[in-house]
Design a protein around this ligand. Structure first.
Ligand code: DOR
Length: 430
């Protein structure tokens, strides 16, 4: 069975042009004009890009399947245009052992999106002892993180970075990256939102920007000392963005991501004490949002991530200080980027595709380019389509979208995973 995606505007790391894409099996067979095949998908008025890659997804399996599963999260990802997601390790049990990683890989086989598990840096994400990193790397793990928490102990973090540099014999020569949730817990403890004017007004204890920035500063210093690859997750403050800008100028192996909520929402959203706006790191101020946008525009920040964090309705109905932090992101990421970021389309697609794919070490299969011989992992999206966000209509088991009711622009129409149309005309096919 062959497939042709007809008449779209092709955008990938090599540039922008018009053309048809012919797919045979799981591979792009030809790119050009006037191509035919057994099945045709009309991409008129649409952009055809590599499938999106999310470096930061919480799929909740094992342990919190009432909020999400690999299958439902994978479906949401496909509907959002993603063909690959990197799954966070704060499951229950935590993804810190070969047994759990093997299970996640097994469950993910039937998901409508490729799932690449991270593993915890420390046993139980408790920050006390290193996980069996070599064994986990051997199973295919390329990103280690204690996400949900940062590694607090400076010496342990340094040792993890030193160790990560020597893991190439276990990965067939591929580099391993340590990703950090930058949060110094003694400074953030007890805080439920950004510490600033709004937290004072609302009487909600805050988390100061410095809780993030001190760990960003430390990890940049440790990247310099060890030569290891450090990826800084969900950057949210002006100071963090500036430090990464300088680290890159100094040639360090530091990369960074920003979430869609950190460039679209501010701490003022918490004014009604609605826990749907509670997230870690917290929504910050206007200057921070502007700095994150500037970092995305000038290349300082490498990737747009979702930090898709499903939570059940019951838990999100608790009072603000007791509700868990986190918000949905997979199905709204593209639209928010298109609606809110004033950057060229090629730059935007790079932030969603080839740049995160490189960080995850999966750029041989995801992130393009759209050329013959490459894996057919693609997204066909309509950049102009306006739609209204509704959590209940999403594939996720949870509904905690902070964009409920908002009109946004741009939506994935078709998603192709290894040659299979897993989303057709906005409908999941499995
Ligand atoms: O808001 C967040 N939610 N931040 C985290 O670090 C963890 C995540 C979750 O797992 O819900």
């Amino acid at each position: 069975m062959s497939l042709v995606i007809k008449g779209g505007t092709l955008v990938d790391a090599t540039g922008t042009r018009r053309g048809d894409v012919r797919i045979e099996g799981d591979t792009i067979a030809a790119v050009g004009d006037g191509l035919t095949a057994d099945r045709t998908i009309d991409a008129g008025g649409c952009v055809v890009s590599p499938g999106f890659v999310d470096l930061h997804t919480h799929l909740r399996q094992p342990g919190r399947e009432q909020a999400e599963t690999i299958e439902t999260g994978g479906r949401g990802a496909a509907l959002g245009g993603f063909t690959a997601v990197v799954a966070m390790p704060n499951t229950d049990p935590c993804m810190d052992s070969a047994a759990v990683i093997r299970e996640v890989i097994e469950w993910a086989r039937t998901a409508p999106c490729d799932v690449f598990p991270t593993a915890a840096i420390t046993v139980g994400r408790r920050g006390e002892a290193l996980s069996p990193m070599a064994e986990l790397a051997q199973l295919g793990v390329r990103i280690f993180t204690d996400d949900g928490d940062g590694v607090q102990d400076d010496r342990l973090m340094k040792r993890a970075l030193e160790y990560s540099v020597g893991l190439t014999p276990f990965t067939g020569g591929q580099s391993v990256t340590l990703a950090q949730h930058c949060e110094v817990s003694v400074l953030s403890e007890g805080g439920s939102m950004h510490e600033g004017e709004w937290s004072s007004r609302l009487g909600i204890p805050g988390q100061p920007s410095e809780a993030e920035e001190l760990m960003v500063m430390r990890d940049i210093a440790l990247a310099r000392a060890t030569g290891a690859r450090v990826h800084l997750q969900h950057l949210s403050t002006e100071g963090s963005v500036e430090m990464v800008r300088r680290a890159k100028a100094a040639g360090l192996a530091v990369t960074a991501e920003a979430t869609t909520h950190h460039f679209t929402l501010t701490d003022a959203c918490c004014a009604d004490y609605d826990p749907v706006f509670k997230v870690h790191p917290p929504l910050r101020g206007d200057r921070d949002v502007d700095a994150v946008k500037a970092g995305l525009a000038d290349g300082t920040i490498d990737a747009i991530a979702t930090d898709h964090a499903p939570h059940t309705r019951d838990s999100k109905e608790l009072p603000f200080d007791q509700a868990p932090p986190g918000m949905l992101g997979l199905e709204t990421a593209l639209a928010l980027a298109l609606t809110e970021l004033d950057i060229p389309l090629e730059t935007l697609i790079g932030l969603l595709t080839w740049r995160p794919a490189r960080i995850a070490g999966i750029d041989d299969v995801h992130g393009g380019p759209l050329v013959a011989g490459h894996q057919a992992n693609l997204c066909v999206f309509d950049p102009e389509l306006e739609w209204q966000v509704a959590g209940a209509a999403m594939a996720s088991r949870s509904e905690n979208s902070p964009y409920e009711g908002r009109t946004v622009r741009g939506r994935a129409r078709h998603t192709v995973l290894h040659g299979e149309v897993v989303v057709h005309d906005g409908e999941a096919q499995r």
